[in-house]
Design a protein around this ligand. Structure first.
Ligand code: ADP
Ligand code: MG
Length: 751
């Protein structure tokens, strides 16, 4: 260890040098940094500022406008900790010539003794009007105490320039100032030694700066750099770094797709007998969108390379029947087709629907259901049928990708509601030990904007169902407070009187006490807690103020509605903690129309299809996400009758929940809602990065950088088709590509 250390001391710092050997960073700090996935010098340099402060032209205190975010530099005039009745407040007055400003920090005890009069501080925060004087104030501004001595070397990094502000790497220890200094020194030491990673010709063509210049100016912008562009990560330096990251992502996807085209798959035939088989079972005229999508799918299936296609279509757009037709193509060619669904309810529903449809055919199809809840003997039997190719159509949950399941001659795999599956799982299924690889069709209702989908799933081809089956009437959507619950229950009764069915959805299963959101992939069902006997329910001693607002639960409301507002109707309860058998029985009864109102949790969110249901009531709608609400609403409006979606709220609704609900009332367009959701939550949350297997970007942001993503896609395709640059540059791109994919996108590479 010592030897290595010495060696590094004497050698030059390089981009791949471990951070531990950087001046000012020892093993201890290196360990902290590693937790933030900063291991090398390069990683550290890619910890970019999240905003900038213009300390070259600081704002005059008298120029500030209330409501704006501003950064000012001023002198500390005095400070004190005020102990008010509700909390300690740290108050500081800062000034500049004759003007002054107040700063307040609630619970600011930790600031006591931190400031001295006469010190210069940089402050950043929202400007608030102040009651007492004509001056302004800032509440909880971010601050930095500036160095006293103007001769101090680090002084130059703090003031008199556009100053980068970093997200701290570990509390106050490795905060902005520390990062600034370390990165500044690194950039000095590396001057002239940051190799280019893209061909120079490409950079010229795209008008992007070289890597070293980009890194240098992104951390320490030159005087005069436009502040708005900086704050939006839109300077040429930013664009260059973002483009680089996306370029390597897209190159990898493009290569993967090309590699796939060289692999062996089945070339299915579509002759008259195949067409006849499909015609026999088709229950309705397909929409134009369905025809097009099937056309694209079948054309892939006829090719000798394996299909990898994403079928995207809003809730209710009719993806299932398209998939079923594709599966019939495979089966008519003598191969097995498998359909994997995210939940048991859905798998069962698909199984029942397929059985019913295929009954109309002249030949007998052998359909097998395989889910986790079958008993061992049943599973064994199912596995044997699958192995000996005695099952033509296999429908199941993720039980299908358990190792023990081996297919006799699997030709096509359909994965329903892809966003519920990890990418890894998806690929394990593709890798059955066959000489030829099965075709894969992935279906999703997540309306990812088309450009994003194309760029992100560069290894998948995309078909879109952009049209709903005919006769759908828009779902009349309303937001009501639960003070009007009586009216809502009346509506439920009305619908049931008309022979329709309704859903009533709750965010939790049992009382407020175990305020637990329903899980889609519930861990092994926990022993239900012994229900406290109603009479034994003691008044808690906690003052009312601290009690959580009570949340209505599916179980309690089922009991209550049955006894009161909905008495006499046929009600049933459905939630994730029920046994699979019970769930299935309930779903079947609802499907058959033996149940009027289904009181449920979000287990019904995905894919459940009961066209006669015309009313969806969501209680505590303020607690649901936009995508969830959209999915829930998608359960109604599937038949000919006019449908309703009632979003009931309870208590105070936060502004962002208000916005979600308003959007639901305003539009039914999944793409529009997805855009909004994406904007409100950011890409990570939206896609559920881990679930979707999305790469973890270090500088790119999929929402902000869509234009660059497009550019990177075109450029990567162009580069792979016809690489530009010198031989040397091309080799470097290739090497880097390998590294980047191994290190950053390990998950995707698994395919
Ligand atoms: P999703 O795309 O959400 O999976 P489904 O495949 O469940 O949608 O289809 C929604 C409903 O629309 C189903 O009841 C299905 O039978 C019906 N449907 C699908 N395609 C058509 C069509 N072309 N004409 C009429 N009804 C259709
Ligand atoms: Mg579906």
């Amino acid at each position: 260890m010592l030897a290595i250390r010495t060696w590094y001391h004497h050698s030059v710092i390089q981009l791949d040098t471990p951070v531990q050997f950087v001046k000012g960073i020892g093993p201890q700090i290196a360990k902290t940094l590693a937790e933030k996935r900063i291991v090398t010098v390069e990683d550290l340099l890619f910890h970019l500022p999240f905003r900038y402060e213009d300390r070259l032209n600081p704002r005059e205190l008298t120029d500030l406008k209330p409501g704006e975010m501003a950064s000012v530099i001023a002198e500390v005039r005095g400070s004190a900790l005020l102990r008010t009745r509700s909390m300690p407040i740290f108050e500081m007055t800062v000034g500049h010539g004759t003007s002054s400003m107040k700063c307040l920090w609630f619970h600011g005890t930790y600031l006591e003794g931190k400031f001295r009069s006469g010190q210069m501080v940089a402050l950043y925060g929202k400007v608030e009007p102040s009651r007492s004087t004509r001056n302004f104030k800032m509440i909880q501004p971010q601050f930095e105490i500036l160095p006293d001595n103007p001769d101090d070397e680090s002084h130059l990094l703090e003031v008199g320039r556009i100053t980068p502000v970093y997200e701290s790497l570990s509390g106050s220890r490795l905060a902005s100032r520390w990062i600034r200094r370390v990165i500044f020194n690194l950039l000095e030491e590396l001057r002239g030694h940051i190799p280019e990673t893209l061909p120079t010709a490409m950079l010229h063509r795209l008008n992007l700066p070289c890597r070293e210049e980009a890194l240098r100016t992104v951390h320490f912008p030159l005087a005069g750099a436009p502040m708005t562009q900086l704050q939006a990560s839109g300077t040429p330096a930013h664009r260059r770094l973002i483009f680089e990251e996306l370029f390597y992502l897209e190159c990898g996807l493009e290569l993967k797709r090309r590699r796939l085209q060289q692999r062996a798959g089945f070339a299915f035939e579509t002759n008259d007998s195949v067409r006849e088989a499909i015609r026999q079972v088709l229950p309705f005229h397909p929409t134009k969108a369905q025809k097009n999508a099937l056309g694209e799918i079948v054309s892939d299936m006829r090719k000798p390379s394996p299909m990898r296609r994403l079928l995207q279509g809003d809730v209710g757009s009719g993806k299932t029947i398209v998939a079923l037709q594709a599966m019939l193509v495979a089966i008519q060619n003598g191969y097995q087709a498998a359909l994997m669904a995210p939940t048991e309810i859905l798998a069962t529903q698909h199984y029942l629907a397929a059985r019913k449809l295929l009954e109309r055919a002249s030949r007998r199809y052998r359909i097998t259901l395989l889910t986790g809840s079958l008993d061992d003997a049943e599973k064994k039997l199912a596995r044997r049928r699958i192995f000996h190719a005695e099952a033509d159509l296999v429908i199941g949950t993720h039980a299908l990708i358990e190792e023990k399941v081996e297919f006799g001659n699997l030709g096509l795999v359909v994965v329903d509601e892809q966003h519920r599956f990890g990418v890894l799982q998806r690929f394990r299924l593709m890798k059955k030990p066959n000489a030829c690889e099965p075709d894969v069709l992935v279906m999703t209702a997540t309306p990812i904007p088309r450009t994003l989908a194309l760029s992100l799933y560069g290894d998948l081809d995309l078909s879109v169902l952009d049209e709903l089956p005919p006769g759908r009437k828009p779902v009349d959507t309303r937001q009501v407070s639960d003070e009007r619950a009586e009216d809502v229950w009346k509506l439920v009764r009305n619908e049931v009187a008309k022979g329709r069915q309704a859903y009533v959805v709750y965010p939790v299963i049992e009382g407020a006490k175990d305020d637990q959101p329903e899980l889609d992939f519930a861990p092994p069902e926990p022993e239900p807690e012994p229900k406290p006997k109603k009479s034994a329910k003691k008044k808690t001693k906690t003052p009312a103020l601290f009690e959580k607002p009570s949340i209505k639960s599916a179980t309690e409301m089922y009991d209550s509605l049955r006894a009161t507002h909905l008495s006499g109707l046929r009600l049933a309860l459905l939630h994730g903690r029920m046994s699979s058998d019970d769930k299935e029985v309930t779903m079947r009864r609802f499907q058959r129309g033996d149940i009027d109102v289904l009181i449920a949790t979000t287990v019904i969110e995905v894919g459940v299809d009961v066209p006669n249901a015309s009313l969806m009531v969501v209680e505590h709608a303020e607690r649901f996400g936009l995508a969830q609400l959209h999915q829930l609403r998608g359960r109604v409006g599937r038949g000919a009758a006019k449908s309703y979606c009632i979003l009931m709220t309870s208590g105070r609704v936060s502004p962002s929940a208000e916005e979600r609900l308003a959007a639901m009332v305003r539009t039914q367009n999944g793409f529009e809602l997805a855009e909004l959701d994406l904007q409100m939550r950011g890409p990570g949350e939206f896609f559920g990065t881990r679930q979707a297997g999305l790469p973890d970007f270090r500088v790119a942001n999929l929402l902000r950088d869509r234009a660059l993503l497009e550019l990177a896609k075109t450029e990567s395709a162009r580069f792979i088709e016809n690489p530009e640059g010198t031989e040397d540059e091309r080799t470097r791109v290739r090497t880097r590509l390998k590294e980047a994919w191994q290190r950053r996108y390990g998950l995707l590479e698994a395919g």
